[in-house]
Design a protein around this ligand. Sequence first.
Ligand code: ZN
Ligand code: CU
Length: 488
Amino acid sequence: MHDLIIRDAEIFDGTGARPVRGDVAVDDGKIAALATFTGSARETVDAKGLAISPGFIDVHTHDDFAVVLHPDMAFKTLGGVTTVVVGNCGFGPAPWKPASRFAATVDPRPLPQWEGYRGYMQTLEQNPPAVNVATLIGHGTARHAVMGLEAREPSGAEMAAMKEIVAEGLEAGCVGMSSGLIYDPGRHARTDELVELANLMRGTGALYATHMRDEGVGLLSSVAEAIEIGERAGVPVQISHHKASGERAWGLVTQSLKLIEDAQAKGQNVHADQYPYTAGSTSLGAVFRDGAFGGPGRETDPKNIVIAAARGRSEWEGRSIAQLAAAMGCSATEAATQVLQEIPSTTIIIHMMREEDVRTVMRHKSTMIGSDGIPTLDGKPHPRLYGTFARVIGHYARDEKLFAMEEAIHRMTGFSAKKFGLADRGVIAPGLAADLVLFDPKKIIDAGTFEDPKKTPLGVKAVYTNGALTVQDGKSTTARAGRALRRS
Ligand code: ZN
Ligand code: CU
């Protein structure tokens, strides 16, 4: 007698194989069997007309603190996500002091304290969220802990201290190290510093994930740097949110994809992830610095920069810097200065890609899906926070026919699990964790817009995390069955 049988579903197993109809049986939080008939169970779900797939793995998130502060994680689970990779763009959850400083810019709620990456994982185990959490070590956070925001190379002692932080994270089971080379303080690191730290991961299976120095006209040299770091340190590379940012860079993705292909042909493990929108989102401080718009990979037109979240100034949210400037009767530069002065943590949405490039990257075999959502739940966050996975399946695969649905699902399940070393997830097969999404393949779609982003995707019927029913009919349950995942 099984715990649960989901009967007569169209099974997308996460490997990219064509779906087959059958049952999926679950015992003890694990997949027990899949077949045309799997016997009897304490609970049976009739899934006729529905599809089932592995739970979606969001490989690029900034949910490090949301999983502690909002353990229901509804903004992710309602869209079918069962695992989040945190610690991206150089911002990790440890050491606690610089991490909590960064956390406060996203969400003002007070955080409990933890010691190192081990302590972070223990915190999650003591109060589990509804999703599984795999953690990257943040290079920027490590640098911040050791040498503040200083714009110089580390001394020998500082390098040793950073290595200790990275080593602790690896020991705790982190799946890699991330860098954020447009942000403070990560942008002050030279290639050699990153190679030296990444070297600690050699042979461990942990990867180097990077928000590159320049996603605009300097895209190709940035991709080359990422590949070089992977090659010199002997570690897999993940290029985060692969894109060509700003009109002058449009079209460069064809060549950046070629660089990835060339590295792969030489036997290097290099891939990328992407969110399915032509706009990005970041902090205003990252695109407006020292009194000026622009810089590497940063859009210069204030018309294309829209306030996402400005705590205490909700009337600014949803308006572009150009509109604010007009209303304030000043220049865009003055408006941005004023906004940053009043609310340094202001986040923005930045329209800077073209649709053709988004599609070129998405079609490419090396691309997996990651939302890059910033969980500023009070403002108008980028709709990718909620809709990324439903949008890739419903919009890009089903409606636009960019690729088959099984391919779309592979890019957010089996492929991602393999890359991030999550050996017991991402595929529906006996013995693996029962992270499952039941959805209507005809109806699944994202529902949020930039104007009204906080919308639950449609067509997601049920979500199971480690066998526990986490979402039913568009509503969260009280299940908190997520685990802190360790590198396997
Ligand atoms: Zn980033
Ligand atoms: Cu990011």
